[in-house]
Ligand binder design. Sequence first.
Ligand code: PPS
Length: 309
Amino acid sequence: MSEDQELSYSDAIKKASSSITRFPLIPVKGIPLMNHIAYNFDAIWDFCPDSSDLLIATYPKAGTTWTQEIVDLLLHNGDAELCKRAPIAVRSPFLEICSPPPIPSGLELLNKMDPPRIIKTHLPFQLVPIGFWDNKCKVIYVARNAKDNLVSYFHFDQMNLTQPDPGPWEGYVHKFMRGEVPWGSWYDHVKGYWVEQEQRNILYLFYEDMKENPRREVERIMRYLDLSLSDDVISRIVELTSFEKMKENPMANYSFVPKPVFDQSISAFMRKGEVGDWKNFFTPQQSAEFDEDYKKKMKHVRIPFRAQL
Ligand code: PPS
């Protein structure tokens, strides 16, 4: 199945290459989303998960793929071969993604799978289909400090030829601060899930914690999923989901997305995987301005972000 699915997924993208362009953003309830997603939003909103489905929610570039891979391995007892059965985008569909046909949408992939499914989303809390909450699905949220998140997104928007051109660095910093990027404001996104975590039983994780002590965070996810794996299996999962291993893994590193869509010669999907890389991009003045604005936007909620380890 893996090879067929990989081929068919990659081939579908190749076939759609001529319709690939940097899609414009259209607001959905105030959140800028790419036009194909916006046009299909009613169907996305109506998606009704099974109570056994798991949602991995993130702001883009916060550690989604890393967490998807950890969860898939946990659910398959650390079986590396089984977790190479298909590209991560097929094993763990992206709920809201819609692209020109014949690229399968997230909903099309999900509808072909039996629960329990591992579902990815970048939707802010208020746009997550209500069925996830009604059915008490488990939800893992991963947050990453704003400056590293921004740097990662800037590079991704250069190589992802379906998203708006990020333009020069200086201007991009301001676009990010204003939330004028796909999926909107980072600040509202991280706050939206933070304030709901207890009531909705959301496991709220930080990218920096995962970097600091991956084993501790893998075990935390394992307990949240009500699993109990042996120490050896946990060690294997930590190893298989290291940045270096995932960068080499063709089923996780997005090399299955052809160049007209993800041009990894511009920037690799698995780019650096570090905490504190923002220091290589922000000037002291940009950093001070960003921090000043951050204080205002985050003043009502104390989320313990760390921008360095
Ligand atoms: S996406 O497109 O929103 O799904 O991207 P996402 O997976 O959320 O984020 C990509 C960034 O996560 C880094 N990454 C990792 N870091 C550490 N360890 C592992 N295993 C790992 N896997 C992915 C990836 O390199 C991107 O961050 P940057 O800073 O750009 O390198």
